[in-house]
Design a protein around this ligand. Structure first.
Ligand code: ADP
Ligand code: TYD
Length: 208
C-alpha cells in the first residue's frame, strides 16, 4: 500500500481552515504541473461518503463511541482502497482533508478514552500514515464560530461545544509531538493568503 506518490493530510479543529487550505494547495501544485487528487474524510469515495452521512448527521449520542470508531474506520478503509492507494500507486499527490489523526483525537481522546482500540484498528485495517501532515493550529473559539457560520447541517461534532474544541486543539499539538517526523504546525489565526503562503513553502520543501 505504499505507492510512488506523495500523501499530504490536513488536520486541525473544526473551522481552522483545512478545506480552504487543502484546496489552495491543490490548485498551486496543479499550477506547477503536478497531478493532484484532493479528497477528504470522512468520505472521499462513494461508499465512504454514504458513511459520512451516518456519522455526521443526527444526535450527538446516535452512536456509541465504539460503533462510531468502527464507522470511521470502515469509511477510511473504503477511501484508502478506492481512492488513496490507487492514486499513490499512479504516482499522484494525494491531499486529504483529515485522516487517521482525526480518529486518534476524536474517537481516541475526546469522546472516549479509546486510543488503544483506535491504534489496534488502525494497524489492522489501515496501516498507512501520510508522508506530511499539516496541522493548522488556531484559537478554538474563532474556529467554532467559523464552523457554525457555515450552517451545513453536519454539526453533530460541532455541537459538542467549546470545551471539546479546546481539548482537541491540545490533543492535536500532542499528536504533532508524538509524530514529529511527519507533522508541521502552521498558525491559522491569520489571513487566508498568509496561511496559504506558509503551507506552499512547507509542501515545496517536503515534496520529492
Ligand atoms: P475546516 O475545513 O477546517 O473546517 P474551512 O476551510 O471550511 O475549515 O473554513 C471554515 C470557514 O472559515 C469557511 O467559511 C472559510 O471560508 C473561513 N476561513 C477559512 N480560513 C480563514 C481565515 N484564515 N480567516 C478567516 N476565515 C477563514
Ligand atoms: P469535517 O467535515 O472535516 O469537519 P470540519 O470541516 O468542520 O473540520 O469533519 C467532520 C467531523 O468529523 C469533525 O468534527 C471531526 C469528525 N471526525 C471524527 O470524529 N473522526 C474522524 O476520523 C474524522 C475523519 C472526522
Amino acid at each position: 500500500m505504499s505507492g510512488r506518490g506523495y500523501f499530504i493530510s490536513f488536520e486541525g479543529i473544526d473551522g481552522s481552515g483545512k478545506s480552504t487550505q487543502a484546496h489552495l494547495l491543490a490548485e498551486h501544485l496543479r499550477g506547477q504541473g503536478r497531478d493532484v487528487v484532493l479528497t477528504r474524510e470522512p468520505g472521499g469515495s462513494p461508499g465512504a461518503e454514504d458513511i459520512r452521512r451516518l456519522v455526521l448527521e443526527g444526535d450527538g449520542d446516535r452512536w456509541s463511541p465504539e460503533t462510531e470508531l468502527l464507522l470511521f474506520t470502515a469509511a477510511r478503509r473504503d477511501h484508502l482502497e478506492r481512492t488513496i492507494s490507487p492514486a499513490l500507486d499512479a504516482g499522484q499527490v494525494v491531499i486529504c482533508d483529515r485522516f487517521a489523526d482525526s480518529t486518534r483525537l476524536y474517537q481516541g481522546l475526546a469522546r472516549a478514552d479509546l486510543r488503544d482500540l483506535v491504534d489496534q484498528l488502525h494497524s489492522l485495517m489501515i496501516g498507512r500514515e501520510p508522508d506530511l501532515t499539516v496541522l493548522i493550529d488556531m484559537d478554538p473559539e474563532t474556529g467554532l464560530d467559523r464552523a457554525l457560520a457555515r450552517g451545513t447541517g453536519e454539526e453533530r461534532f460541532e455541537s459538542f461545544g467549546d470545551g471539546m474544541q479546546r481539548k482537541i486543539r491540545q490533543g492535536f499539538l500532542d499528536l504533532a509531538a508524538e509524530f514529529a517526523d511527519r507533522f508541521v504546525i502552521v498558525d491559522g489565526n491569520r489571513q487566508i493568503d498568509d496561511v496559504a503562503a506558509d503551507i506552499r513553502q512547507i509542501a515545496e520543501g517536503w515534496l520529492p
